[in-house]
Design a protein around this ligand. Structure first.
Ligand SMILES: Cc1ncc(COP(=O)(O)O)c(C=O)c1O
Length: 464
């Protein structure tokens, strides 16, 4: 679908270098220029309204235009527009937010190290795991196990954890092949053998992880990192018993469990945090995105006290802890985060999202009957449909992403923003979405899917 080209689109094409974009297609199709937004609706520069079905990049939990968050930023800018946490400096909003985050994320006594983004939080996680093992006198215990299809960010180190080809290809990632390992994607629909139950599949994956650890030598493995539900890899839910079995393997070999809650955190999965939905016991947690409802950049690494203490105890030997960012825990971001967390609590946002989850998941699940949908899956207020060219054989399309891109075009034309991850269409609306708006979202998607089916038949992309 050709976008109307006007001045602003031409200026975009002339000046911007877009991230995570097919640059060749962008040159031909042009940008979607968004001009304003309110609640769960966004408006483009032609005045067209869209229902926001992906909460920005899985982050705008309280929707757009929230006055209280704007006021919190304004007040903090007036009072203390900047201060730092380097070299023992501190400030109250930072301290208060750390207290709040430590309480909200119950992994035992913990400490908070602030950053600006999910990627830098995961960089910090890697550096902490390496530093920790160095100060414990285990310099060989450094490898980090991630998973194929994981998304943990795109900086050199966090990008090395990400298990998606576009994050590696052409970028010479992973940075060190000897330090980053990738175990199986826990996707029953795609990865299970014929007749294999979810629990048998989970046992096989845990056994594979254990043989990877034994093959490498447990004394070389520092940590395992996982999103409770894989988000940007295609909204992949772990099979039953998966994390219990994985966690047993990690405990057996003294391997840290890093929980990446950058998408799952703050009410997305129906519990306050994804690790609670799956009963996990992480050693450290990364949060970002919804911690400020995306009104300001902020991330936090929450780490168990014993890890912090081991590092702090080594200060005399190691000198200063030489890590941190100028904007890490920026006071304006902290003030906005505090207000965000206050609103979550005061307005019972997580409970309301959990109460709407059955309706959201029921509407999503109905798409399993669609001739082009292989699997409809989700939890809480996150979900996806995986498109296939043959339902019975679960066949992917011959040209990956072409059909997904076309479905997305129809969604946009019908006033719905969602995400095409290749041929997986993902949904993750703001948590403030109402029951009527959930119906609006899926009504629009239904229409888009029926237009897509007509298109797919004409194109001959469906296999018999
Ligand atoms: C699970 C997860 N971790 C980390 C990141 C990276 O966050 P950022 O884009 O803020 O660097 C993302 C981004 O989508 C994510 O989904």
């Amino acid at each position: 679908m050709a976008l109307k080209m006007g001045d602003i689109e031409a200026r975009d094409l002339d000046n911007l270098f877009h991230p995570w974009t097919h640059l060749g297609q962008h040159k031909n199709n042009g940008p979607m220029v968004l001009e304003r937004a309110e609640g769960v609706y966004m408006y483009d520069n032609h005045g067209k309204q869209y229902l926001e079905g992906l909460a920005g990049l899985w982050c705008t939990a309280l929707g757009y235009g929230n006055e209280e968050l704007a006021q919190a930023a304004y007040d903090q800018i007036k009072q203390l527009s900047y201060a730092q946490l380097f070299a023992s400096k501190s400030y109250e909003v930072g301290i208060e937010l750390a207290e709040k985050v430590n309480t909200l994320i119950p992994i035992g006594k913990s400490r908070v190290l602030f950053g600006n983004s999910g990627s830098d939080a995961n960089d910090t996680q890697i550096k902490l795991a390496w530093y920790y093992n160095n100060v414990l006198g285990r310099p060989e215990k450094k490898k980090i196990i991630s998973r194929v299809k994981a998304y943990h960010g795109i900086t050199l180190a966090a990008g090395s954890l990400t298990g998606l080809p576009p994050a590696h290809n052409g970028f010479d990632l992973p940075i060190r092949e000897d330090r980053f390992l990738y175990t199986d994607t826990p996707h029953h629909y795609r990865g299970a053998e014929v007749g294999e139950s979810e629990t048998d599949f989970a046992s096989r994956l845990a056994a594979n992880l254990e043989s990877m650890i034994q093959g490498e030598g447990p004394e070389t493995i520092a940590a395992f990192i996982a999103e409770p539900i894989m988000g940007a890899g295609g909204v992949i839910l772990p099979p039953e018993t998966y994390f219990k079995k994985i966690q047993e393997v990690l405990n057996k070999y003294d391997i840290l469990f890093i929980d990446d809650e950058v998408i799952c955190g703050f009410g997305r999965t129906g519990s306050p945090f994804g690790f609670q939905s799956y009963h996990l016991s992480p050693d450290s947690v990364s949060v970002a995105k919804a911690i400020t409802s995306a009104y300001q950049p902020l991330s936090a690494v929450v780490v168990k006290e014993e890890i912090y203490q081991a590092i702090a105890d080594a200060s005399d030997k190691m000198g200063i802890f030489g890590h941190g960012y100028t904007w890490g825990g920026h006071p304006v971001s902290c003030a906005v985060a505090l207000k965000t967390l206050e609103i979550y609590e005061r307005d019972k946002i997580f409970d309301k999202a959990a109460a709407l989850a059955p309706q959201f998941q029921a509407r999503l699940a109905k798409f399993s009957d669609h001739p082009m949908v292989g699997e409809a899956r989700g939890m809480g207020l996150i979900g996806a449909v995986e498109l296939v060219s043959n339902k019975r054989r679960k066949s992917p399309f011959e040209v990956p992403g072409k059909v997904g891109g076309q479905v997305l075009n129809f969604c946009h034309a019908n006033g719905l923003i969602c995400r095409a991850i290749g041929d997986v269409i993902a949904f993750c609306p703001p948590l403030i979405i109402t029951s009527e708006q959930i119906d609006e979202l899926f009504d629009k998607f239904e229409k888009s899917m029926s237009q897509s089916l007509d298109w797919a038949k004409k194109e001959g992309v469906l296999l018999d």
